[in-house]
Design a protein around this ligand. Structure first.
Ligand SMILES: [Zn+2]
Length: 427
């Protein structure tokens, strides 16, 4: 098998001969485990904690605490020919051309460095989106989606002048159980006699409604009735933030729907690992294109907009998620709501040692303990020294160092410090 085993797998699956073979070859030491685990968390985390990170947390916690996980990063050179689900008619000349286009694209090992010059994409898509392929890093900000699983093309269908291609990325074990990472949707259209790729976002948002208010362009489904009052609240929050930080207005494309799954479908993820849980407000922001994708909070998902305005000021900070939680809350609730829940949880779990708080990623589906603690740090800095102190806190790339320098608390005092401050500042 021509693949590289970068991540690990779970003891639960250890009996699978396939994974045993991998394990024997690639058993990580403790240091490597920690590093990879952090990579998994941070990789997803950076796109934005908001929803995808919940997946990261689950994965990394699972990895750290219970089992041994082997997640495969697969080199696309293994593909050669991409399997095509039986039933897709490749005797059709047009479908065959599109199959060849998509296969060649995957074999080209698309990544952040080579995507801008990819010959497979329509020029208009390259101009519209600096990252060109909207799904390339939709699962993990560091690892290309297409190298995280083996592809099977499920579906190719002509509609409205495009041909849609749906592809399953996943892997199987020696018992022939199949695990799905995602099902992607991408489109192809003929230009000057040659097929080129188009993002699902371009095609699927074609009949979405658009409403422009000031610097915000709202995009929303045809069936939605625009709530101007909610949009006004968002605009007023942005104005306050800009005034406080003395920032110019930024044009933002704000895509929203009732659920985050609708947003994922819009972007071309028919399924992605992490779907299937109870709906909750979730979002993601792309600082390069000033685009917000948000589900569940309608016209007022301030958290993601905070990322657009403030992330770029602190490109090396380890606390950008905390800053967004401090200003914009998380999943539609403010910081204090999460502190109250975290406080209850910690009271029920005296064994949790917050000296290692960066390892405490997961508590339940609604409160992220790590981002709540990050938000608390921003809150404390602002409470103690206003905006200057908050900016100072954001200037570090290492949270432990930031806490020691700005609050005078050493690593072995963090458990006591955090438990006290969480209790003191909850609702
Ligand atoms: Zn966020």
């Amino acid at each position: 098998m021509n693949s590289s085993f970068i991540f690990f797998w779970v003891e639960k699956f250890g009996s699978f001969r396939f994974f045993e073979r991998c394990k024997n070859r690639n058993v990580p030491n403790e240091r490597e485990k920690k590093k990879i685990s952090k990579m998994l968390s941070v990789g997803l985390f950076f796109f934005c904690f908001c929803f995808p990170c919940q997946t990261a947390i689950k994965v990394s916690t699972f990895f750290r605490t219970r089992h041994y996980i082997l997640l495969l990063t697969i080199t696309t050179t293994a593909f050669g020919q991409i399997p095509l689900n039986p039933g897709v008619d490749t005797t059709d000349k047009e479908l065959k051309a599109v199959y060849t286009l998509w296969t060649n694209y995957l074999i080209s090992k698309p990544n952040k460095d080579n995507i801008k010059n990819s010959p497979y994409w329509a020029e208009s898509e390259k101009i519209k989106y600096p990252k060109v392929d909207q799904l390339l890093n939709a699962i993990n900000t560091e690892t290309p989606t297409y190298s995280m699983g083996y592809p099977t093309i499920l579906y190719m269908k002509s509609q409205n002048g495009f041909i849609e291609i749906k592809t399953l990325f996943g892997w199987s074990d020696s018992l022939k159980n199949i695990y799905a990472l995602c099902i992607t949707s991408v489109f192809a259209k003929k230009e000057n006699g040659e097929y080129k790729l188009y993002n699902a976002l371009t095609v699927n948002s074609y009949n979405w409604q658009i409403q422009k208010i000031g610097s915000l362009t709202f995009h929303f489904p045809l069936t939605h009735i625009f709530d101007k009052a909610k949009a006004t609240i968002l605009i007023s929050s942005i104005d306050s933030l800009r005034k406080q930080w003395k920032l110019n207005s930024a044009p933002i494309d704000y895509y929203f729907a009732d659920t985050y799954e609708e947003i994922q479908h819009l972007r071309g993820l028919d399924f992605a690992i992490g779907m299937g849980n109870k709906d909750k407000p979730s979002g993601i922001s792309d600082q390069e294109t000033n685009t917000v994708f948000a589900g569940g909070l309608g016209e007022n998902y301030f958290h993601e907009v905070v990322h657009i305005y403030l992330n770029r000021l602190f490109p090396n900070s380890s606390l950008v998620e905390g800053l967004a939680v401090f200003y914009g809350g998380s999943i539609g609730h403010d910081l204090k709501w999460h502190l109250t829940r975290l406080n209850d949880y910690l009271n029920q779990h005296p064994e949790i040692n917050l000296n290692d708080f960066e390892d405490f990623w997961y508590m339940d589906n609604f409160t992220n303990p790590n981002s709540t603690i990050q938000g608390l740090l921003c809150y404390l800095a602002y409470k103690n020294g206003g905006l200057d102190k908050l900016k100072q806190l954001m200037s570090y790339d290492d949270t432990i160092v930031a806490i020691e320098k700005e609050f005078g608390i050493k690593k072995d005092e963090l458990n006591k410090f955090f438990r006290e401050q969480i209790n003191l500042n909850k609702n």
